[in-house]
Design a protein around this ligand. Sequence first.
Ligand code: BLA
Length: 699
Amino acid sequence: MTISGGTFDPSICEMEPIATPGAIQPHGALMTARADSGRVAHASVNLGEILGLPAASVLGAPIGEVIGRVNEILLREARRSGSETPETIGSFRRSDGQLLHLHAFQSGDYMCLDIEPVRDEDGRLPPGARQSVIETFSSAMTQVELCELAVHGLQLVLGYDRVMAYRFGADGHGEVIAERRRQDLEPYLGLHYPASDIPQIARALYLRQRVGAIADACYRPVPLLGHPELDDGKPLDLTHSSLRSVSPIHLDYMQNMHTAASLTIGLADGDRLWGMLVCHNTTPRIAGPEWRATAGMIGQVVSLLLSRLGEVENAAETLARQSTLSTLVERLSTGDTLAAAFVAADQLILDLVGASAAVVRLAGQELHFGRTPPVDAMQKVLDSLGRPSPLEVLSLDDVTLRHPELPELLAAGSGILLLPLTSGDGDLIAWFRPEHVQTITWGGNPAEHGTWNPATQRMRPRASFDAWKETVTGRSLPWTSAERNCARELGEAIAAEMAQRTRAELARLRHYDPLTGLANRSYLQERLAQDGQSAAALLFIDLDRFKAVNDSMGHGVGDGLLIEVARSLVATVRPHDLVVRLGGDEFVVLCHRLDAAGIVSLAERLRQVLEQPFEVAGRKCHISASIGIAMADSIGDLDLVRAADIAMYAAKKNGGNRGELFRPSLYEETTQLVELDNDMRGAIESEQFHLVYQPIFAL
Ligand code: BLA
């Protein structure tokens, strides 16, 4: 809409006083009475014509005297029941015999009556027609199918020239998604109309009052007269009047569309206006109470089913995406690292939200999937999105319109779905979609919303509704709410997976020696506790001369030597034996299913291996080992480590580079070296250890 050559300002349309026009359409009359006194406060100037009593003569009179006592009681009852929506309360016979419908509704302090002559067409509906139309609705599988059945049914029972289902898009513009029409009329099916064709005020009104009718776009509005004292002077709200006079802008619009009459039904999905069923007639047509009731009922059923079908369609999409999501989440828990798991699941990441490319940033690593946009341009877009909070999904389908300076984004990054991850600064997943060029056919050029007519001081809607094609570029396919939800759920799953991996890593650290990668003392203790009932043999290995190496060659070589020793131990024992670094230069080998001869020969092999010089950082290190051996048929509460330790001390005391089997006499020999606790003493005295009395090997 241009105003004196200025730009279109939709707010002008929003200022139309559509609920309080101060006038009605001329095919009926309107009268109000104050709820307290019951005296007539308003009357339309055509009251004489419709009711047979001039407006001036009824203003101030008790309403019962005008419409009869019974009708007054019914009118009061309609008010008492509190229902805002209009209802037919009865009829009234004029002095010349003409029957009139009385239709009650509430407005502020007033009880209001629409008065309409009963017309022949009113009873024209074949009995049961309405019911059988409504029954067809339950077969609809999609919202569009339901709308097709609804327009078919409406045309069948009400017989308008054209019946359309009009669906609103997210930006408020609308599209005709179903249509039935007289063959000679041009089709509107598939046409789009700008949001400003139906201003917000009209949408809000159609949510409150679902059915509205215009009998003749060329009518002359009939003003209301108010009683000087009983009319409170506030504009009377006619939202619920079936005779409400409509905005002259819209009447012009209808005339430009070559439509004389309309009957419109608001379709609601919850508390949102989903769309409208719009019936048009090329010639004037009055929609009487029966038709309006039929329209209202059809609208109610369609609205109800629409919500349900919407949920079903959404659930079907979500379900398909959920199965991709759960496969993807399952994959995340495999793989050595999360990044490796992502790489292995590449196609699933794209399929999850129907993207052509994705970038995953994780702990300083960046993974690319599919055909990603050029890195610099992508970074600029990400920067422009600021720093959304973790798991706050952002989606745009018009990146290239927002960034015309980055045309290189068109092919791969017209749409972006951004998921900031919880793990830290800059961790994110960004999905991309390419440009999706679309042709939209508008009912008239949408840029020409209307013009300002200085002569009438009114808006004039656009004159041409000829199909006008627009090629929409710079946009990707929009991201659906199911896709956004899946992205968020993936974010939550990644957070859970990361927590799980951190816990596993911590557990690993708790059990492993970071220098050699061997199990540590706490792991050994857990294993011994677990293996409680089984027979076991344990070697306690202490390196001889390690301190000398450490002191003379430095800690670096010392650490290197420990790593080499660990490697040699692992290479020498059987695969299922456990090699442990207790700390410093002390190691343990825990063996199962090895008899005394077996364990002794293993100890001897280890002694020989450790006796060989080790080369660390180009330096030769000469060490050897003192090895203590302890065995038990059942570990139970025995402190095998302590026993082997005692034996090791004996080996060390005897010159090192040798093995000693634990025997109770060692207890006596080593008392100066180690303190034995009572449990140990008890175990030795009860001879639970294998008792072997002589050193079996020694240098
Ligand atoms: C109302 N505009 C409406 C209504 C429809 C449309 C359906 C509801 C009333 C009715 O059913 O007639 C629009 N009608 C359409 C469309 C199609 C159709 C899109 O058949 C497509 C096939 N209208 C304008 C501009 C303004 C405007 C520029 O084009 C504002 C300056 C206003 N439209 C306008 C207003 C109403 C309206 C104010 C409410 C009328 C009323 O109820 O008083």
